[in-house]
Design a protein around this ligand. Structure first.
Ligand SMILES: [Zn+2]
Length: 174
């Protein structure tokens, strides 16, 4: 969230408050710059992970993982399922225990605070097709992972964890 200069409730000019907050001298409210939560999925099929090419700024044209920002009050698991449906037309299975990455970072030219949650998810329905803010998608293996131009390093690590877990499961099953 960007810093506020004026009170979103009453439009008075804000003053600096405690712990990085702004406070309103007119209506008395405090406004905090909390991180916006974002969710992403590492999905593996046949030994390859699904990654997406960003169709919008910031970092347009670079790779990330499917997912996006949660809506206000939205359950993270439901939000991740919604994003996969919107961006790729995929149905996934995912649970809270599948969360493998929690990273605070800044996003975009104004340095908005984001808390990125990465999950390992399973593809259970639909055929992928790029839509919404996704320009395209591709399937990658461990060998090519380090050569790819990811917008955010933590997304590369979620993909790595997804590929490593799939490899362990294959090795255990063979
Ligand atoms: Zn106010």
């Amino acid at each position: 969230m960007k810093p506020f200069n004026f009170c979103p409730a009453c439009a008075a000019r804000l003053e600096d408050g405690e712990q990085g907050s702004k406070s309103c001298p007119s209506c008395g409210r405090s406004w905090y710059r909390n991180s916006a939560p974002a969710v992403g999925a590492g999905i593996v099929n046949d030994g390859k992970a699904l990654i997406t090419r960003r169709g919008v700024e910031p970092e347009k044209g670079r790779f990330d993982i499917p997912g996006g920002f949660l809506s206000g009050g939205e359950d993270p698991i439901e939000g991740l399922k919604r994003e996969l449906r919107e961006e790729l037309g995929l149905e996934i299975e995912v649970a809270v225990d599948d969360c493998v990455s929690i990273v605070a970072h800044t996003y975009g030219p104004e340095g908005e605070f984001v808390l990125a949650l990465g999950f390992l998810a399973s593809w259970v329905g639909g055929e992928p097709r790029a839509a919404d803010d996704v320009a395209g998608f591709t399937w990658v293996d461990l060998d090519e992972l380090d050569r790819l131009d990811f917008a955010w390093e933590h997304d590369r690590q979620v993909v790595r964890k997804a590929l490593m877990r799939a490899k362990e499961e294959r090795d255990a099953g063979s």
